[in-house]
Ligand binder design. Structure first.
Ligand SMILES: Cc1cc2nc3c(=O)[nH]c(=O)nc-3n(C[C@H](O)[C@H](O)[C@H](O)COP(=O)(O)O)c2cc1C
Length: 174
């Protein structure tokens, strides 16, 4: 594939990804989730410190308990799998840069899901209960919850979104 074609495919994937909050009841293949996590792990990070950590939750009772900690409970309950994403303090060196790196990993995760035909949404609202999520999963305090990603096959393709025009975003060009 030419570089131009590659860029066109990438841009199309980036632009067509939507937050998916309604899912089919179909289960998701573990290999697909692992592929998305591998894509996440190829995100850039300061000093290549790779501070992201992932939990993969298939268990219905546990999904239900996590869902109870956010007002997006319906979405979390309907998802085939939940991926709580953490930042590992023991790998960290600069809080801002570590958070940015985990954000980059999250975006890779969402894009890989989309490229594989899966729907996903980044749930941040649950961070108000980040310690309770970690405790439910019996994980150590050095892991700080950054988001929960809900994943499943999209129930429909009607999600719409919009972006500000570039002219509003470029604050300086000289
Ligand atoms: C930091 C962050 C937190 C978010 N938290 C939530 C959330 O708690 N619940 C939710 O439904 N969507 C959440 N989203 C998804 C956004 O609502 C969504 O990305 C935005 O509306 C743009 O829509 P799009 O992803 O379809 O382009 C979050 C996204 C980010 C980056």
């Amino acid at each position: 594939m030419s570089q131009l074609d590659q860029a066109a495919v990438l841009h199309e994937l980036i632009k067509s990804r939507r937050s998916v909050r309604h899912y089919e009841e179909t289960s998701v293949d573990r290999a697909q989730v692992l592929a998305a996590l591998e894509a996440a792990s190829w995100a850039p990070s300061g000093l290549n410190n790779q501070p992201w950590r992932f939990a993969v939750i298939w268990d219905g009772a546990l999904k239900d308990a996590i869902a109870g900690l956010t007002r997006y409970a319906t979405t979390l309950r309907a998802a085939a799998v939940l991926v709580p994403v953490f930042m590992d303090a023991s790998a960290g060196y600069d809080r801002t840069k570590d958070c940015q790196a985990v954000g980059a990993a999250l975006q890779n995760l969402l894009l890989s899901c989309h490229a594989q035909g899966l729907g996903a949404v980044w749930i941040g609202e649950i961070l108000k209960n980040k310690d309770r999520v970690r405790e439910l999963l019996e994980l150590p305090e050095r892991l700080e919850l950054m988001a929960v990603v809900a994943i499943g096959y999209p129930a429909h393709g009607r999600q719409q979104s919009h972006r500000k025009p570039l002219e509003e975003l470029i604050v300086c060009e000289k």
